[in-house]
Design a protein around this ligand. Structure first.
Ligand SMILES: C[S@@+](CC[C@H](N)C(=O)[O-])C[C@H]1O[C@@H](n2cnc3c(N)ncnc32)[C@H](O)[C@@H]1O
Length: 214
């Protein structure tokens, strides 16, 4: 078998960072066996990063747009203080049983409020000033999510957007039917021009943009 340097580096990184822990390992395996598109979950490296952001920032109010399995939600909860409040939004009600099965296995669930429904409808009803927002739902609507949450993020708060390199498709000219690539590219262009924020794109996994509100 050919030696793949990227795979070897990933293995090296994962063997030199904190473990994800038994619960997240179990969730990850369960998702790969029983759910469609298990690659959508944040995974070991990104999960430890999200936890680290919470360790560093100590956010009180966190919003996650796009729960899927609650892998990332649990990572955010691990890093956040005991009195933190995490609102996580998921439109697919078929995921609720899976999510709750894992939330019920840990005391971290005390920090987590799961909302089943469309983020576009739910966000305007959330009466919070957020310290940290993780945008990770429908790639077609990143700009709408950003516009909806912007005034709810405190100055000095952090917005993290996932999949912003979209498997490298951001370098291409998308077909008019490829609304996800169009959505991500428009989001990246909009953020790049937004002088209300400081931003960096981390080329880890599928691209993670860190957006700090001035
Ligand atoms: C990439 S997955 C989220 C992964 C998760 N944040 C993690 O890192 O483990 C995206 C999720 O967003 C959900 N989603 C898509 N559109 C949504 C919307 N309008 N409101 C809420 N959730 C949405 C999808 O059903 C899917 O489960």
């Amino acid at each position: 078998m050919a030696f793949d340097k990227d795979d070897a580096i990933e293995e090296y990184v994962l063997s030199h960072i904190d473990e994800e822990g038994d619960l997240l390992k179990q969730l990850n395996r369960d998702a790969h066996v029983n759910l469609l598109k298990p690659r959508m979950l944040s995974g070991h490296l990104q999960g430890r990063m999200l936890k680290m952001f919470c360790r560093m920032m100590q956010p009180k109010y966190i919003l996650e747009i796009g729960t899927y399995t609650a892998y990332a939600t649990l990572c955010l909860a691990e890093g956040a203080a005991d009195d933190a409040v995490i609102h996580t939004l998921e439109v697919n009600d078929e995921l609720e049983d899976f999510i709750m099965k894992y939330l019920h296995k840990t005391k971290l669930k005390d920090k987590i409020h799961l909302h089943i429904g469309d983020a576009m409808q739910i966000i305007p009803t959330l009466d919070c000033v957020f310290d940290l927002v993780f945008i990770d739902a429908n790639k077609r609507h990143y700009i709408e999510y950003y516009d909806l949450i912007f005034d709810k993020v405190r100055p000095g708060g952090l917005i993290v957007a996932d999949n912003t390199l979209w498997d490298g498709h951001v370098l291409e000219t998308p077909k008019p039917s490829d609304k996800q690539t169009i959505g991500i590219k428009a989001f990246n262009d909009m953020v790049a021009k937004d002088d209300r924020v400081e931003k960096v794109i981390l080329p880890i996994r599928d691209g993670l943009t860190l957006i700090w509100k001035k």
